[in-house]
Design a protein around this ligand. Structure first.
Ligand code: SAH
Length: 194
């Protein structure tokens, strides 16, 4: 594994990410929104995360900036990064498939929204956010520059921590006791731990 091959793996992950998301993005436009929370601030959070997992690593991949933060290349870390790419794509694919028409990029309830508790949602309440965290970890392992690695983790961290409680409140307001029972039985990101 070379630094160039690691960068190609990072790019390939993003390309597949878009291929998985595209049909859901298209279909979601057809489903009416019946409740939407903090749309503008939630969109800003998405934009911040895109800076961390898109813009900053892309600048580094294309220009090498900031060189001063480069780390000595570890092929082993890069191989673990490849495994993290496979894992984040799997979680991303599964969570879209299981959420179906209930998916939204921000905090929204769609017409005929149903609470999904099966498939990967049987094990964790936020598998798509598991995927986002793994994506940031993959970035840190593949693009071995401490600033770029940190940018991804901070970008996803901001999105996650400013969103998750509000999203759970939205689900609670919509599904009441059913969501409360589901939350009691299911971890947020890591079964039995968190
Ligand atoms: N937090 C989830 C979903 C992310 S998509 C995950 O990480 O997998 C965000 C949208 O999904 C929110 O607008 C919310 O309306 C919807 N959502 C979240 N959990 C859901 C569930 N268990 N069933 C149905 N819709 C859900």
């Amino acid at each position: 594994m070379t630094p160039f091959a690691a960068t190609i793996c990072w790019v390939a992950g993003l390309v597949i990410w878009f291929i998985i998301r595209y049909p859901h993005q298209r279909r979601s436009r057809k489903h009416q929104i019946v409740d939407s929370r903090d749309r503008a601030s939630q969109q800003s959070l998405v934009a911040i995360s895109v800076v961390g997992v898109g813009l900053i690593p892309a600048i580094w991949a294309l220009t090498g900036f900031p060189e001063g933060a480069d780390l000595p290349f570890s092929p082993i870390a890069a191989w673990i990064g490849v495994v993290a790419v496979a894992a984040y794509l799997w979680f991303f694919y599964r969570s879209h498939k299981d959420l179906g028409h209930n998916w939204s990029a921000t905090l929204e309830i769609r017409a005929k929204h149903t609470l999904v508790t099966s498939g990967v949602y049987h094990y964790v309440r936020h598998p798509m956010y598991v995927s986002f965290w793994l994506m940031a970890v993959a970035q840190a392992l593949l693009l071995q520059n401490w600033f770029v690695g940190l940018a991804g983790l901070v970008g996803i961290g901001i999105l996650y921590f400013f969103r998750v409680k509000k999203e759970e409140k939205l689900m609670l307001d919509t599904f009441g006791g059913t969501y409360r029972d589901y939350s009691r039985k299911t971890a947020r990101l890591i079964p039995f731990i968190y």
